[in-house]
Structures are given as C-alpha cells and as structure tokens.
Ligand binder design. Sequence first.
Ligand SMILES: [Zn+2]
Length: 79
Amino acid sequence: MKYDKCECGGKIIGKKVRVDFRVGDEIIVFEDVPVGVCQVCGERIYDAKVLKAMEHLARGRKKVIKRISVPVLEFSFAC
Ligand SMILES: [Zn+2]
C-alpha cells in the first residue's frame, strides 16, 4: 500500500493495526488492517480501498472470528 505524506510533513509507513470501526451503534474490531501511520504525529491514514473492504465486511458479518465486549462510558468530569 502506498501512502502520501502526512499533513504534518511526517513520513507515513505501512503497518497492520487493530481498528475499531463504527457501524451505527456498534463497534466492530478488525485485526491486522493495513493502514499508514505517520512516524511523527501518529496520525492514521486509511486507504479508500481498505475502508470500503471494512464496510463491506462489517455489513456481511461472514468473517466474525470472535466477539469481545466493549465497555462504553458516558463522559463526565467526575473528580
Ligand atoms: Zn503526521
């Protein structure tokens, strides 16, 4: 996968990372997703093809390998 330079001017390198992908009210976690990560600011760059593939997989749900529960907290300044 080829990536352009980051907005900050940093170099972007291809990595495989875990991605929390939001579909409606659900979070679907993908593992080993090829993304570009800026070496300077850490910004993740998603290729359009990768995003499309994730969307497709998220809708189809044919390749669910495991389910994990994700805690969802309402944000507040409690302290
Ligand atoms: Zn950057």
